[in-house]
Ligand binder design. Structure first.
Ligand SMILES: C[S@@+](CC[C@H](N)C(=O)[O-])C[C@H]1O[C@@H](n2cnc3c(N)ncnc32)[C@H](O)[C@@H]1O
Length: 296
């Protein structure tokens, strides 16, 4: 085992640690030599964890035991300091998936907020990709940048532009546009100009009226096809020897994701909605039913 592999098993000065107590309450701490973490369970010296096992159990001066692991990006997002409403981890994964964010992609993001989504995008594009963020409110930057830098060691491929994404996008031939802004329909024309052919737009909005307004704007623009809107409900389960049931609490609602692909306008006919072609389109008699269609 080489030195790097050995190191990954232990906490280091500057690492994030997620502490979990016996009631599953969670506390996030950035480890610093000589520092002390205080909470109602007592005091825990950071030096007890630095140089010691990730996944280890540590005892406070009041005798309580806590488990210390490295937070995932989702853990970090749930615990991080917030300004504007963040995108929840359940949606972050689906945004990366449905917007098809890939290593090396150039992504335009609308709305920095607290930096949760930006962190997920930076991780997905990797060192060879780039995230260019348009944010209208300069005051959100300090907290967002602090958050992003805590989970993304190298932010050299992040560019933040102060301005409204509704006013247009300077860049051209971008692979993806991802929006978390209140009126995404105002950005449609600029996105149509910026996206590469076949590029994907994804927009997160909390209400279905916003979804409808966006979809209608995309159809009217005519340069977007394969327009789809989805919502993710995620339910955790309580599993013990004596009881197996869904947990009582869940996030009932966060928002809707709408995706669309930049294509050539279809002459004379409206764009397909939710993957369906307009009824006046002639159908191919020999066409096989879609393999993922539910049984009728
Ligand atoms: C809900 S927050 C984004 C949260 C972020 N996605 C996260 O996960 O932390 C919305 C952000 O969009 C910004 N915003 C609103 N209108 C905008 C516009 N026209 N152009 C750019 N940013 C805008 C707001 O200032 C705010 O920071």
């Amino acid at each position: 085992m080489n030195q790097t592999q050995t190191d990954k098993n232990s906490f280091h000065d500057g690492d994030l640690a997620l502490l979990t107590d016996r009631k599953a309450r969670r506390y996030m701490v950035t480890l610093a030599e000589g520092e002390t973490y205080h909470c109602h369970l007592g005091r825990l010296q950071h030096d007890q964890m630095i140089g010691h096992s990730v996944g280890g159990w540590y005892r406070t001066d009041k005798g309580h035991i806590v488990l210390a692991v490295r937070p995932t990006l989702g853990d970090f997002v749930r615990e991080m300091p917030r300004g504007p409403q963040i995108i929840y981890p359940k949606d972050l994964g689906n945004i990366v998936n449905f917007a098809d964010i890939f290593p090396g992609a150039t992504v335009i993001e609308g709305g920095l907020g607290s930096g949760a989504l930006t962190s997920a995008l930076l991780r997905a594009v990797g060192n060879t990709g780039k995230v260019i963020n348009y944010e209208i409110n300069e005051s959100v930057l300090p907290k967002a940048i602090r958050n992003i830098e805590r989970v993304t060691p190298d932010t050299s491929n992040l560019e933040i532009k102060i301005g409204s994404i509704y006013e247009g996008i300077d860049e051209r031939d971008v692979d993806r546009v991802v929006l978390d802004v209140p009126e995404p329909w105002q950005a449609v024309a600029g996105i149509g100009d910026a996206l590469i052919m076949g590029g994907i737009l994804l927009s997160f909005v909390p209400t279905i009226l916003q979804v409808q307004k966006l979809v209608l704007a995309l159809e009217e623009d005519g340069r977007f096809q394969l327009i789809e809107s989805i919502e993710t409900l995620l339910r955790t389960w309580h599993v013990t020897e004596r009881s197996v049931r869904p947990d009582h609490r869940m996030i009932g609602h966060s928002g809707f994701l709408t995706t669309a692909v930049r294509c050539e306008p279809k002459p004379g006919v409206p764009a397909p909605v939710n993957g369906e072609l307009p009824t006046e389109e002639p159908t191919d008699e020999a066409e096989e039913p879609a393999s993922d269609s539910p049984d009728e």
